[in-house]
Design a protein around this ligand. Structure first.
Ligand SMILES: C[S@@+](CC[C@H](N)C(=O)[O-])C[C@H]1O[C@@H](n2cnc3c(N)ncnc32)[C@H](O)[C@@H]1O
Length: 229
């Protein structure tokens, strides 16, 4: 399925996004809105590794032009959500979603539902509700500052046990251990596994790099607290 899915997504992207690529580059340099994309082969690998399936929910926080949202719905049949703050990227995402439905009809293919939300994911209440039922969260936070990454971790407090979060920067500093001083910190919810992506996985460099799979795991906090009794 991945090959047909990539073909369909690439047609949609060429028609809707490619002619507007200059617009996408109009972000403030070194801001949280620096634009870059995870490429379809890498995204397929993430879905496969984390076994995203048709009865599950996917959420891309900072979904840009909606590529990963559409890909999740098409490749896995899951319920797929995205939220994007930049108007021009969000408009392209909406246009891609319309073209997506037309292409699906043409190919006679069914996909999961797609919901694209425009605005700040930190401020939209509905997102907290959707996150409660989400199985896989994607955050391409490579260019996010420490404050935004910290605010995201606070949003993860409501996620269910076992929910996976894929990110390009870890939310947990290397060597972090739970101690009496930091036991209240929300980063203790996250069990982090570092992985490597290959060359050609992201739009901003050809170089290989690292990505992180965090799992919501409250058992380590419980274990620590029990050990203190
Ligand atoms: C690097 S792009 C990732 C696009 C897409 N998820 C991908 O990986 O291909 C990150 C996006 O997050 C968006 N973003 C940053 N802060 C946000 C916020 N508070 N609410 C919604 N979107 C945000 C940026 O505008 C940018 O488009």
């Amino acid at each position: 399925m991945a090959t047909v899915a990539h073909e369909i997504l690439s047609h949609i992207y060429s028609r809707i996004v490619s002619p507007q690529v200059k617009e996408l580059r109009k972000y403030t340099a070194f801001s949280n809105n620096v634009y870059g994309e995870l490429l379809p082969t890498f995204v397929s690998r993430i879905f496969k590794e984390l076994e995203l399936s048709s009865h599950q929910v996917f959420f891309d926080l900072g979904s840009g032009v909606g590529n990963c949202v559409l890909q999740a719905a098409l490749e896995t049949g899951c319920e797929s959500y995205g939220c994007e703050i930049m108007e021009n990227a969000a408009e392209l995402a909406d246009k891609q979603a319309v073209e997506f439905q037309e292409r699906l009809k043409l190919w006679g293919i069914k996909a999961g539902s797609v919901t694209l939300i425009t605005g700040d994911f930190l401020k939209i209440e509905e997102i907290g509700e959707i996150l409660k039922k989400t199985n896989l969260v994607l955050v391409n936070n490579y260019a996010f500052d420490a404050e935004l990454n910290g605010n995201l971790v606070n949003m993860f407090l409501d996620l269910r046990e076992g929910t996976k979060i894929v990110s390009l920067k870890s939310f947990v500093p290397p060597g972090h251990n739970i101690t009496a001083h930091n036991v209240e910190s929300p980063i203790n919810l996250l069990k982090v596994d570092e992985r490597e992506f290959f060359t050609g996985s992201v739009s901003w460099t050809d170089a290989p790099g690292k990505y992180y799979i965090s799992t919501i795991d409250r058992s380590r906090i419980t274990k620590f607290l029990n050990s203190q009794e």
